[in-house]
Design a protein around this ligand. Structure first.
Ligand code: ADP
Length: 334
């Protein structure tokens, strides 16, 4: 459980808006529900903006009532839809978006999304003076300033279910599997899944893939009587096809490996209890911080406490993957 912030409510808000942007993540719906109900309970109107910044820049938004967010707490995806909107990178378009919000009497905006979406939120807050609060909504958990992001736990749980099944076949057929999980620039899913799934090895961005040393390790494992089955978890990396290329390279070293790409199943599905609780606490806190007069911040969680982090730091700094955890995956396999 998280401890919620206790803030003095300095500002009277008439209306706020909420949107989801970038890659969808399980838990966005409970976050929307929480933002909407926290605001409505405080007598604040809430607009739901359709399709992230794409809807914002054309004013595609409608007032939500309590019933609008009924029966979504358990649903994956986002009832508000999500999109990528290149036009929002243009300052003139952001100015237009701020004008639309002001025309509707909106005093504050909650943006739920990943690194890119939070960058847009930061620029909008900085340039327009509008009160903007971000929530970390991404399966990748690669957001600076928060220990956890909405969707990460569900994605890890989904990937683990798949890996447990793949292991049955790997054992039965004495085969090596390369299982690719999401993570273009980050290895958080791969590390968590590798640890929880008892992977032989994990390969994550930022660490050079050395085929010779992988083969050496596999040979050592076999010599130690570990059999010829196994799971290597591979983070997808920035360029598609990494895992197939790795299988090819292993083949040229006489190592046969089957490839399984988990892909988008990791983004969908009913959010876990953990993600629902996280999203609910973050959504409520976003409204509390807006009511206390804060802007240009992200609400995250650090050491079990809900906290606020300047969006400037969030978007300009990267969250490091603890190398000790990568080592731990390998150590626990020996
Ligand atoms: P995510 O939020 O999941 O990281 P993206 O990186 O695709 O997803 O970003 C989502 C959206 O956020 C983009 O389509 C764009 O509308 C907005 N965005 C991303 N980067 C910027 C930026 N540098 N300036 C303004 N808006 C941005």
């Amino acid at each position: 459980m998280y401890s919620l912030p206790k803030l003095t409510r300095d500002v009277s808000l008439n209306a706020i808006a909420v949107l989801t942007s970038g890659g969808d993540a399980p838990g966005m719906n409970p976050a929307i529900r929480s933002v909407a109900r926290a605001a409505l309970n405080a007598g604040i109107e809430v607009y739901g903006v359709q399709r992230g910044y794409s809807g914002l820049i054309i004013g595609d938004m409608a007032l939500l009532d309590s019933a609008s967010v009924s029966n979504i707490v358990q649903r994956g995806g986002t009832m508000l839809k999500s999109d990528r909107c290149d036009a929002f990178r243009d300052p003139a378009v952001r100015k237009q978006a701020a004008a639309i919000l002001r025309e509707r009497g909106v005093d504050g905006l909650v943006v739920i999304g990943g690194d890119g979406s939070l960058t847009g939120a930061h620029l909008l807050a900085e340039e327009s003076g509008l009160a903007v609060v971000g929530l970390p909504g991404t399966i990748d958990n690669d957001i600076f300033g928060t220990d956890d992001t909405i969707g990460f736990d569900t994605a890890v749980t989904t990937a683990l279910e798949a890996i447990d099944k793949i292991r049955d076949t790997a054992l039965s057929h004495e085969q090596l599997f390369l299982v690719e999980v999401m993570g273009r620039n980050s290895g958080f899913i791969a590390t968590q899944v590798g640890l929880a799934g008892g992977a032989e090895m994990i390969l994550v961005p930022g660490y050079e893939i050395q085929v010779e040393s992988i083969c050496f390790q596999l040979a050592a494992d076999r010599a130690a009587g570990k059999g010829s089955s196994g799971i290597i978890v591979v983070a997808e990396g920035p360029t598609p096809g990494l895992t197939y290329r790795l299988a090819e390279r292993l083949r040229s070293h006489d190592q046969t490996a089957k490839v399984c790409i988990l892909g988008h199943i990791q983004r969908g599905g009913s959010p876990t209890g953990h993600d629902r609780v996280l999203a609910s606490c973050l959504g409520f806190s976003a409204v509390e911080y807006l009511r206390a007069g804060y802007s240009d911040i992200m609400i995250g969680v650090q050491n079990g406490q809900i906290c606020q982090v300047p969006l400037e730091d969030v978007v300009n700094r990267s969250k490091p993957l603890d190398p000790a955890l990568v080592d731990l995956v390998h150590l626990l396999h020996r």
